[in-house]
Design a protein around this ligand. Structure first.
Ligand SMILES: NC(=O)c1ccc[n+]([C@@H]2O[C@H](COP(=O)([O-])OP(=O)(O)OC[C@H]3O[C@@H](n4cnc5c(N)ncnc54)[C@H](O)[C@@H]3O)[C@@H](O)[C@H]2O)c1
Length: 447
């Protein structure tokens, strides 16, 4: 039996483990730990140190030698790599079970596919993908292996109790029949264009590997907080088309998750978007997207919207100032509105009577189970992939595919009809050319 099969069988045996003598099969026993790799150590990667630290961190990868040196202080046993492709090539030698990825966004889908294609569990920081084609490719690969691989996208706010409470209220009819849902985020990070060349990368910073699949760009320290620019991390590079998708992928991943969790949507039948003038270098600050979603088993068709850069849905009452909710969601039903931030929500029933007699809150014992610790939910599923994770690559890829299609609609300035089965726009040939992107030689999407 291979080591990883042993871990899986041991996890499935469950209760049997608990009565085994401690030190042989206990939670800390070497046989019960996963062999993990962390890609992208220096920024968000640090937030994962504690949860992966309970396992064996066998390999670290960063394009900056200084970040690798910092990671090696915490995980001295780990082999270090500058190029994630080499690390994945060595996965058997390293005995890897799973990968946590916190690199720049334009590597995400390639790494997710690289993991799935090598039968490695994968925790991918958001956004899972930066094109429609990428989202679909990762989903197709994972669906073929979902019974044996655990996946999670880093939308960790999903573990907040409010996510369950909002979903319960929508499902239980607190606002009647669901008609529409809107999410918004007000972060504004305008840029004129890619930064002009400004000196050489610092020693030990492998800029060419950072660019990876992206077209060549001159180096500038403006892209990075660790080269002297004030703190900003991913918000210094993720608005440039070749490196990210701006607020759609950044806070949009988190906020659309709060909406998506309440509506059980799949892929939209159409997308329409308006925003500031298109800039070929930089994703828009101001943009509003509208999608039509077909009915599902518990509701009729709904419209879904995303607003960013200060744009907002219309508030249902002038005493509710949506601007005060930086990242929020509003659901509209046949009986009223539900407005939510990540942590709280309020129900606003229609009419003067507003007696809520149409709605019966569920009893305590029927409340949705808490997600628990978000990263650990995935780690547990790596040992026993029959356990569901909250933001697996199916849920997360469909959510981001919708938003990425919205960016294509913004670029062409037309309402697009979309066939989610084939992944094709059916009424605008040129839009189909924008569903994917080109990759530099040596960086295939599905390697
Ligand atoms: N879930 C969250 O709340 C959350 C919060 C912050 C960032 N993030 C995500 O984490 C990712 C990283 O963001 P950040 O703010 O840490 O960015 P960052 O630029 O500050 O740090 C990224 C780190 O990864 C390294 N890196 C980048 N590309 C790499 C590659 N191809 N191979 C190996 N190492 C690479 C960098 O050298 C750096 O050490 C982004 O995708 C971002 O969206 C998620």
């Amino acid at each position: 039996m291979q080591r990883r099969d042993f871990i899986r069988n041991a996890a499935v045996a469950g209760a049997g483990l608990l009565i085994a003598p401690q030190g042989i099969f206990g939670a800390d026993a070497p046989s019960n730990k996963l062999n993990l790799a962390l890609l992208g150590v220096g920024g968000r990667g640090k937030a994962h140190f504690d949860s992966i630290g309970a396992h064996n961190v066998a390999a670290l990868c960063d394009v900056r030698e200084s970040a690798l040196a910092q990671g090696a202080q915490r995980f001295p046993q780990a082999r270090t790599y500058l190029d994630w492709r080499k690390l994945l090539d060595d996965h058997k030698k390293l005995g890897l079970d799973a990968v946590v990825c916190c690199t720049a966004d334009h590597h995400h889908a390639l790494i997710a596919n690289g993991c799935i294609n090598r039968d490695l569990h994968c925790y991918m920081e958001k956004p899972l993908a930066i094109t429609v084609e990428e989202a679909r490719s990762v989903r197709a690969n994972w669906l073929a292996k979902k019974t044996k691989l655990a996946t999670q996208v880093g939308m960790q706010r999903h573990a907040l109790a409010n996510f369950n409470r909002v979903r319960e209220k929508i499902l239980d009819g607190a606002i009647g029949e669901l008609k529409s849902a809107s999410a918004w985020g007000n972060r504004k990070l305008p840029r004129a264009g890619y930064w002009p060349a400004a000196g050489e990368p610092p020693k030990g910073f492998h800029w060419d590997l950072w660019l990876g699949p992206a077209p060549d760009h001159p180096y500038s320290p403006e892209y990075f907080s660790y080269t002297g620019t004030p703190r900003g991390n991913c918000t210094l590079w993720n608005m440039f088309w070749d490196f990210g998708v701006g607020q759609v992928g950044d806070m949009g991943s988190h906020t659309m998750d709060l909406l998506w969790n309440g509506v059980d949507a799949k892929l939209p039948a159409s997308a329409e978007a308006k925003g500031e003038k298109f800039n070929p270098d930089v994703t828009p600050v101001e943009c509003a997207m509208h999608f039509e979603h077909p009915a599902n088993t518990w509701r009729g068709p709904i419209s879904v919207a995303w607003y960013q850069g200060g744009l907002l849905p219309k508030s249902p009452r002038n005493f509710i100032d949506l601007e005060k909710i930086d990242h929020g969601v509003m659901f509209k039903g046949s009986q009223g509105f539900l407005i939510a931030s990540f942590e709280n929500h309020l129900v606003l029933p229609y009419g003067k009577e507003a007696d809520l007699t149409y709605y019966k809150p569920r009893p305590k014992e029927k409340l949705l189970p808490p997600v628990g610790h978000f990263q650990e939910q995935w780690l547990a599923a790596c040992k026993n992939p029959s356990l569901k994770t909250a933001c697996d690559f199916e849920y997360s890829s469909e959510m981001i595919e919708q938003m990425l299609l919205g960016l294509v609609a913004y670029r062409v300035g037309k309402k697009l009809n979309y066939d989610g089965t084939t992944g094709k726009v059916t009424n605008h040939a040129a839009a189909n050319a924008l569903l994917g992107r080109n990759y530099r030689a040596g960086w295939p999407l599905n390697g």
